[in-house]
Design a protein around this ligand. Structure first.
Ligand SMILES: Nc1ncnc2c1ncn2[C@@H]1O[C@H](COP(=O)(O)OP(=O)(O)O)[C@@H](O)[C@H]1O
Ligand SMILES: [Mg+2]
Length: 219
């Protein structure tokens, strides 16, 4: 199974949700692919975060790294490094799929961010014919951002699920009404703060953050 983890925006918790999905099902061989990692000059390394949270049993692969914290295509241009191609990304997914049961792909930013020349992660999901998990914020503005992302996915006939990336420890009225009114099928709510947890605790708790139906889908 292949799953694209995308989001309504950058900084919404895609990496933490990816790590949680990676440990949801016991006994699966799981790989996490980060096609393009930007902001490496600031130390950003989502694959390292996934390994820290999910533990060393997860395969991680990053195809392109760029120093500036920009969208991948802009980051490639500014640093005069080659842009990532859709074909190379598809080849990496296929290669990981040969010896893993679940391949998770974490995009950069949201669904329509330029990943390379003329392609976004939406194109990747269409080529792979795989579902997308949309990570959304809990706070004000999330209904609109989530609806826009779901509409873009629906238009491309990409199956979509929604998860909240960081649910506040002390939810306010806006968070509670948002979770009630969030469009799409919400399959997960990941509490805030778990991105700092040691991996044994993270692994032990992750299953509680997702619906049983979503866990079954991954099996
Ligand atoms: N559930 C969470 N628990 C703790 N920290 C979180 C959580 N979700 C997001 N964060 C923090 O918020 C920031 C953005 O999260 P990240 O997973 O990197 O988002 P994205 O991958 O969507 O850019 C990071 O600094 C991360 O540590
Ligand atoms: Mg990330």
């Amino acid at each position: 199974m292949i799953l694209l983890v995308t989001g309504t925006d950058t900084g919404v918790g895609k990496t933490v949700v990816t790590a949680a999905v990676a440990v949801l099902t016991e006994g699966l061989r799981v790989a996490v692919l980060k096609p393009a990692q930007t902001g490496t000059a600031l130390g950003d390394d989502d694959a390292a975060t996934v390994r820290r949270l999910a533990g060393p049993g997860i395969t991680t692969r990053t195809l392109a790294r760029y120093p500036d914290p920009l969208a991948p295509l802009a980051a490639a241009r500014i640093s005069r490094l080659p842009a990532l191609t859709l074909d190379d990304t598809l080849a990496a997914v296929a290669s990981l799929g040969e010896d893993h049961d679940l391949v998770l792909i974490e995009g950069a930013g949201g669904l329509l961010v330029p990943m390379g020349h003329g392609w976004t992660v939406a194109d990747l999901a269409m080529q792979l014919d795989c579902p997308a998990l949309v990570v959304a914020r809990a706070g004000l503005g999330t209904i609109n951002h989530t609806a826009l992302t779901l509409e873009a996915l629906e238009r491309r006939r990409i199956e979509a699920y929604v998860a909240i990336g960081s649910w506040p420890a002390h939810p306010e009225l806006v968070h509670r009404t948002n979770v009630d009114d969030l469009p799409g099928l919400c399959v997960g709510v990941v509490p805030e703060g778990v991105g700092e947890w040691p991996h044994a605790r993270f692994r032990a708790r992750a299953a509680q953050w997702f619906t049983p139906e979503f866990r079954e889908l991954l099996d």
